[in-house]
Design a protein around this ligand. Structure first.
Ligand SMILES: [Zn+2]
Length: 111
């Protein structure tokens, strides 16, 4: 089995409706997002992705549309956990997504 792992950082705002603490107010983070995609079978056999599970640039593009946005416009209650699941669901072959909201605080989703 092959896998590829890509890490990107996005700057984005969010707020957590219903949270009893300060996270209910809009604020921002530099979210460090690490995505691992797997390929249980053959890699791309032709074209620019020949020999790849997925092009790293394609993975980046699939995430970067969230950069400099309000995450609540895309994800209901965008906790790090929900962000991880949302990103995982954008890929058909995702093994794992990690979202580091602040250094040392990481949520992980495994489909
Ligand atoms: Zn936050």
């Amino acid at each position: 089995m092959y896998s590829v792992t890509k890490t990107v950082v996005i700057s984005a705002a969010h707020f957590l409706p219903g949270h009893s603490g300060k996270c209910k107010n809009m604020h921002g983070h530099n979210f460090k997002i690490t995505v691992t995609l797997i390929n249980k079978g053959i890699l791309y056999e032709t074209g620019m992705k020949k020999g790849m599970v997925e092009d790293f640039g394609t993975i980046k593009k699939t995430i970067m549309f969230l950069d400099h946005t309000l995450l609540n416009d895309h994800i209901q209650n965008p906790t790090a956990e929900n962000i991880a699941r949302y990103i995982a669901n954008r890929f058909g072959n995702c093994e794992r997504v990690e979202v580091e909201e602040t250094p040392g605080n990481v949520a992980c989703y495994t489909p």
